[in-house]
Design a protein around this ligand. Structure first.
Ligand SMILES: *Cc1c(COP(=O)(O)O)cnc(C)c1O
Length: 228
């Protein structure tokens, strides 16, 4: 199967009001260009350096999404161009994004990442941390970030009922926050959940944005490291 035919197949599986972020991490620019030529303009990366290299060598109308964990000291490198940052998992990081967005005269779209998986290793705000950050009102002092919604990753498990429960939790939490803190916000509307193995469940549970890599580009190979 070619990348383009994988892509077309995925498009058939998802309703057209759902945003598909094609996660191109570790894949060469030629493969991204193939999808770009097929009409796709929204790509996701999880490493700052790789994102910058790809941004520099590909057409400028691509919407780049930073989907991975972002270190505060690296925000400045992507702040001039990144379309949306999915992995905002602390108020400190959000403050840094605000500062760099201001320097670039931009308003930066962000998603707040919530920890929903059982694994310790997945990043994200805990329920309590996020509630605290929101009730304190501090978030409203940041004028150069636009909070567009939430992002989450389910546990890495075969247990689809568990995955469903985690997505359902996030979806309920999203609606609760919207009602409580973002009632007048027109931007708080995205729920980024669902990857190659679980996007169908995520969509059933209310996802508005799926991040799909290997089902489009094929398996990833990591020659020198074992972790993603
Ligand atoms: C790699 C990655 C994806 C895509 O994963 P696939 O299983 O290949 O679809 C989605 N979201 C994040 C945060 C990722 O790091």
């Amino acid at each position: 199967m070619s990348i383009t035919s994988n892509y077309r197949q995925i498009l058939k599986n998802i309703p057209n009001n759902i945003t598909l972020v094609a996660v191109s991490k570790t894949k060469p620019v030629e493969e991204i260009k193939e999808l770009y030529d097929a009409g796709h303009k929204i790509f996701g990366e999880n490493k700052v350096q790789e994102l910058i290299q790809k941004y520099n060598s590909l057409p400028k109308d691509i919407e780049w999404h930073m989907v991975g964990h972002l270190q505060r000291n690296k925000v400045k490198y992507i702040a001039p161009f990144v379309h949306m940052i999915h992995g905002v998992d602390s108020f400190k990081l959000l403050t840094e994004i605000d500062k760099q967005a201001e320097k670039n005269n931009r308003k930066q779209k962000c998603l707040l990442q919530v920890h929903i998986a059982q694994e310790e290793t997945k990043f994200g705000f805990s329920h309590d941390e996020l509630t605290e950050a929101l009730t304190s009102g501090e978030i409203n002092t940041l004028k150069h970030v636009e909070i567009c919604g939430l992002m989450g990753m389910a546990s890495f498990t075969e247990n689809t009922e568990q995955i469903r429960a985690e997505f359902r939790f996030l979806s309920n939490y999203f609606h609760t926050l919207k009602e409580k803190y973002f009632k007048n916000s027109i931007t708080f509307k995205e729920l980024s959940m669902g990857m190659s193995d679980d996007y169908a469940i995520a969509i059933e549970e209310g996802s508005t944005m799926v991040r799909i890599g290997s089902s489009i580009f094929g398996q990833r190979y990591y020659p020198n490291c074992t972790n993603e």
